[in-house]
Design a protein around this ligand. Structure first.
Ligand code: SAH
Length: 351
């Protein structure tokens, strides 16, 4: 088991079992969450026997980097291996004014979205809070030059179907690692119970909804497993979320050429969202290599879609295209790792 995933309080209980005073728990917490220690030997101010006692039972980070792929624009995609051999991905995205990372919440995903590389393989298992936070800490250790400032829960998996571990990881990132709540975004396919729970608990996240279609029929083609949650119910939960928290949502809309990208789709989308505050974030489809079903619309098509929404009073943003050529969409690196030798994947970087 990993120490990462335990709160300072839980770490203090752990050291108490070894007859150490509770401030030792605070020191341990400081080493793992603020100094990104990856080895007990680094923890020079902790007694050697306490370190070795804890080391008998615990590792520090429950996951480790097993491969990475760099793109020319600085985006790096990391493949992690966990204790049981399951693999997940995270993405490191440096911008001039901030560094963002994209983390996974499940190994695989049960949603089976038609356009997604992760969905095609199904769910293996939920991640623990430590395995989620461990992604951020391993990347920060790997890239000490700049501080990671933003975390988006947009990697593999559906965070609201792994609610408890996801929320615990958000709280650890804020309370222990020191992230600002305003810089944590959770993207969901739209699980109404999960959204309601987030509002009840006033969870410290920005919520993004993967809408992708303006009506239930079309959405069911793209996200077949989400059929049990109708748009009316999902959007009602979003409204309750806004009323309870006062936080704007982001509506993500993946653009697939000839499928959901016509001006009529844009009109229906504007109507669907009437009265619901929040920006629309347009995401041009990121092609999944083996998949020929979907295509990314051209710039003109994207612009036309955008103009309809703007004319109807919606603020529209567009996801920046990053990580070209490195399988930047979720699930793609893991899929490659399963396939025969991929020359573009390098071994884990030297420590
Ligand atoms: N399960 C969550 C979070 C993971 S996916 C969700 O559905 O929101 C994060 C975002 O990436 C989602 O909006 C998802 O629909 C989108 N996505 C998945 N595959 C993609 C692809 N090939 N190109 C562009 N976006 C993709």
């Amino acid at each position: 088991m990993g120490l990462i995933g335990l709160t300072t309080e839980e770490l203090s209980e752990l050291v108490a079992k070894h007859k150490a005073p509770s401030y030792r728990g605070k020191q341990l917490s400081h080493w793992i969450y603020r100094r990104y220690a990856s080895d007990f030997n680094e923890m020079s101010d902790l007694p050697a026997d306490l370190r070795s006692d804890i080391h008998q039972e615990y590792t520090i980070n429950p996951i480790h980097i097993s491969a990475c792929v760099k793109s020319s624009d600085g985006v790096v995609k990391y493949l992690f291996e966990m204790g049981d051999g399951e693999r997940i991905e995270s993405v490191y995205l440096p911008y001039p004014d901030r560094v963002s990372i994209c983390v996974s919440t499940q190994a695989g995903c049960p949603m089976r979205c038609a356009f997604c590389a992760t969905g095609s393989e199904g769910l293996s298992r939920n991640l623990t809070a430590g395995e989620i936070v461990g992604q951020a800490l391993a990347l920060q250790r790997e890239r000490p030059d700049r501080r990671i400032s933003h975390v988006v829960y947009m990697g593999m998996g559906e965070p609201l179907l792994n609610y408890d571990a996801t929320l615990k990881s958000v709280r650890l990132l804020i309370n222990e690692v020191g992230f600002s709540a305003r810089h944590i975004t959770l993207s969901t396919v739209g699980v109404p119970d999960g959204i309601r729970k987030l509002s009840r608990e006033n969870a410290p996240v920005t919520l993004a909804l993967s809408l992708h279609a303006p009506n239930d029929q079309l959405r069911a083609r793209l996200i077949p497993t989400a059929m049990k949650w109708r748009l009316a119910e999902i959007l009602q939960a979003c409204r309750e979320y806004f009323d309870a928290t006062g936080r704007n949502l982001t509506f993500e809309y993946l653009l697939l050429q000839g499928v959901n990208d016509s001006p009529e789709h844009a009109e229906s989308l504007a109507t669907l969202l009437e009265g619901l505050p929040g920006n629309v974030n347009l995401i041009p489809y990121n092609p999944v290599k083996v998949d020929q079903t979907f295509r990314r619309p051209n710039t003109k098509g994207i612009q036309a879609f955008r103009e309809v929404l703007e004319r109807r009073g919606r603020v529209v943003t567009q996801r920046m295209e990053r990580g070209g050529g490195i399988s930047a969409a979720c699930g793609q690196l893991r899929r490659h790792a399963f396939e025969a030798q991929q020359p573009e994947i390098s071994a884990a970087p030297e420590r």
